[in-house]
Write a protein that binds this ligand. Structure first.
Ligand code: HEM
Length: 495
C-alpha cells in the first residue's frame, strides 16, 4: 500500500470513528455543552489553539465566557477562565475532576502507570503523595535540610560574583535552573547534581529540559488516540531516550547509596524511599523510586527557574521596584549577609514580588490538565465524562474583573491584600488547588524567594549595551511550562 492510500485509509477510519463517537455521545448526553466556537470536521477546533494556546483560549473566553467547550480532534476539552468556576472544579467537585489523561509522551517506559503526575487519584497516587509530604515537603523535613540548600545558594552567589569580576553577563534562567537542580538534589538525596561549568551537569540539565519539551509539545497523537502507536512526530521515541539517560543517572545514585548505607546515614528522601523498598514486603519498587525522582525533577526544576527568570525580568524593567526589594532585604538581613529561610516571612515586599510574578507569569498556564470522571453540571452546562479540563490561570491572572490594571507589574497590590497562592484564593492559583495541588509548593516557595534574594541583595544589574528597558523581550515560549522565549541576560555589579 503506498503512503497516500494509507493516509486516506487512516483519515477515513478516524472520520468514521469521530462520527460514531459524536453520535454516540449526543445520544448519551442530556445537558447543554458550554458555548464555544463551531468545530471543523475531523480536526475540530484544533486551529483555534494557535501557537500559544493559553493566549488563544483567553481571547476565546472573552467571546464565549469563562466556561467554554472545544472539540480538539477526538477530545472534548472544557476551558475554565474565572476564579469562581475554577473553585467549582478544583474544590466543590474536586473528586470527580482529579483524574488525568496522560499525554502519549508520558507512555515512555510506562511512566503513565507509575508516575504521581499521571496516575489517577487512587491508592498508588495517594501513597506517593503521602511519602513525599512526610519525607520531603513537611516543615520539619524542609527545615532539617536547609543547611544543604544554603551551600547551593553560596555557589550561585559566587558564580554571579565571578561574572561581575570578569565583566560577563549572567543568563538568569540558566543560572536559576542549575541552582534549582542543585537545591532539589541536595534536598532529595544530599548530593550536588549540576555544576556551573561541568559537561555532565550540562547534559543532566538538557535531559530534564528534553523531557519537559516532549511532554509540552502539542502532539497530534493526543488528539487522535488511534495515532498513538504510530507516534507520527517521534515525540514518544525521543522521550524514551531522555528517560533512559535519566534512569541511568538515578540507578548510579541508588547503587552508590545502597553501598554506603552500612557506614553512613543521610536521612534524606532517598534513604526514606530505600527503607520502603527494602522492607520485607516492599512498599515501593526500584522502578517506583526512579519514576518518582523523574516526576520531582521534571515538575520542579523548570517551573522554579522560569519563575525566577520572569521575576528578574520584571524587576529589571522596573528599576524602582528592584531597589525597593533590595532595601527591604538589607534592612532585614543586613549588608553582605546571606538570606536564611526563616527570613522569608519578614520580607513582605519580596513576597509581593513573587506573588505578582505568579499572577502574570504562572509557570503552568493551564495547570496540568484534569479529566472529568463522570458527567458533571457546572454553571448550568454539562461537562461531559472524560473531557479534559484546562484551568487557564494565565487568563484569570490578567483579567480586569479580578485585578486593577492587570497588565502592570505592581507588587504593591499585594501589600494590602491577603491573597496567597496556597490554593485557597482562586484568583491566584499558580500551583493549582484541591487534591492535585502541587505537592512541591513548600519547597518551591522557599527556592524562589531564596534565589531572588541572592540575586538582588548584593548585586546591581545592568542590561546589555544599548538595550533600553522597554526593549526587554517579553515573549513567552509555550510548552507545559512558560519560560521566556529569549533568555534574559544581564551584567551583575557587586555592591
Ligand atoms: C503539580 C506548579 C514546583 C512537583 C503541579 C501543578 C502545578 C504546579 C500548576 C498541577 C496542579 C494541578 O494539576 O491542578 C508548580 C510551580 C512550581 C512548582 C508554579 C514552582 C514555581 C514544584 C516542585 C516540585 C513539584 C519544586 C517537586 C520538587 C510537582 C508534582 C506534581 C506537581 C510531583 C504532580 C502532582 C499530582 O499530580 O498529584 N505543580 N510546581 N512542583 N508539581 Fe509542581
Amino acid at each position: 500500500m503506498d503512503f497516500l492510500t494509507f493516509l486516506l485509509l487512516l483519515l477515513s477510519i478516524i472520520w468514521i470513528w469521530i462520527l460514531f463517537q459524536t453520535l454516540n455521545s449526543k445520544h448519551q448526553k442530556s445537558g447543554k455543552l458550554p458555548p464555544g466556537p463551531y468545530p471543523f470536521p475531523i480536526i475540530g477546533n484544533m486551529l483555534e489553539l494557535g501557537k500559544k494556546p493559553h493566549q488563544s483560549l483567553a481571547k476565546l473566553s472573552k467571546t464565549y465566557g469563562p466556561l467554554i467547550y472545544l472539540k480538539i480532534g477526538c477530545l472534548d476539552v472544557v476551558v475554565v477562565s474565572s476564579p469562581e468556576i475554577a473553585k467549582d472544579v478544583l474544590q466543590k467537585y474536586d473528586q470527580v475532576f482529579s483524574s488525568r489523561s496522560p499525554p502519549s509522551a508520558a507512555m515512555a517506559k510506562e511512566h503513565d502507570k507509575l508516575s504521581m503526575v499521571w496516575l489517577p487519584a487512587e491508592n498508588q497516587w495517594r501513597k506517593l503523595r503521602r511519602i513525599c509530604k512526610e519525607q520531603m515537603f513537611s516543615t520539619p523535613r524542609l527545615d532539617a535540610s536547609w543547611d544543604l540548600r544554603r551551600e547551593k545558594l553560596l555557589i550561585l552567589s559566587d558564580y554571579v560574583n565571578q561574572c561581575s569580576v570578569n565583566g560577563r553577563t549572567v543568563k538568569i534562567g540558566e543560572a536559576a535552573l542549575i541552582t534549582s537542580l542543585n537545591l532539589m538534589s541536595a534536598t532529595l538525596f544530599s548530593v550536588e547534581f549540576a555544576d556551573f561549568n561541568s559537561d555532565s551537569s550540562q547534559e543532566f540539565k538538557e535531559v530534564v529540559w528534553g523531557v519537559m519539551e516532549c511532554i509540552g509539545t502539542p502532539n497530534i497523537a493526543d488528539y487522535f488516540p488511534v495515532l498513538k502507536y504510530y507516534d507520527p512526530q517521534g515525540i514518544l521515541r525521543r522521550n524514551k531516550v531522555y528517560f533512559d539517560k535519566l534512569f541511568a543517572i538515578f540507578d548510579g545514585i541508588i547503587d552508590e547509596r545502597l553501598k554506603s548505607r552500612g557506614t553512613s546515614v543521610k536521612n534524606d528522601l532517598l534513604d526514606a524511599l530505600l527503607d520502603l523498598n527494602q522492607k520485607l514486603e516492599p512498599e515501593l519498587s526500584r522502578d517506583d523510586i526512579k519514576h518518582l525522582l523523574l516526576d520531582l525533577f521534571g515538575a520542579g526544576a523548570d517551573t522554579t527557574s522560569s519563575t525566577v527568570e520572569w521575576a528578574m525580568t520584571e524587576l529589571l524593567r522596573n528599576p524602582e521596584k528592584i531597589i525597593k526589594a533590595r532595601n527591604e532585604l538589607r534592612d532585614v538581613i543586613g549588608m553582605k549577609k546571606q538570606i536564611q529561610e526563616s527570613d522569608i516571612s519578614k520580607l513582605p515586599y519580596l513576597q509581593a514580588v513573587v506573588k505578582e510574578t505568579f499572577r502574570l507569569h504562572p509557570a503552568a498556564p493551564l495547570l496540568v490538565p484534569h479529566k472529568a470522571d463522570v458527567d458533571v453540571e457546572i454553571n448550568g452546562y454539562l461537562v461531559p465524562k472524560n473531557a479534559q479540563i484546562l484551568v487557564n490561570v494565565w487568563a484569570s491572572g490578567r483579567d480586569s474583573n479580578n485585578w486593577l490594571s492587570p497588565d502592570l507589574f505592581m507588587p504593591e497590590r499585594f501589600l494590602d491584600r491577603e491573597t496567597d497562592f496556597q490554593g485557597q484564593d482562586f484568583e491566584l492559583i499558580p500551583f493549582g488547588a484541591g487534591r492535585r495541588i502541587c505537592p512541591g509548593l513548600p519547597l518551591a516557595r522557599r527556592m524562589v524567594h531564596l534565589m531572588l534574594a541572592t540575586l538582588i541583595c548584593n548585586f546591581e544589574w545592568k542590561l546589555e549595551e544599548g538595550l533600553k528597558l522597554e526593549e526587554i523581550d517579553m515573549t513567552e515560549r509555550y510548552g507545559i511550562t512558560l519560560p521566556k522565549a529569549i533568555p534574559l541576560e544581564a551584567f551583575p555589579i557587586k555592591l
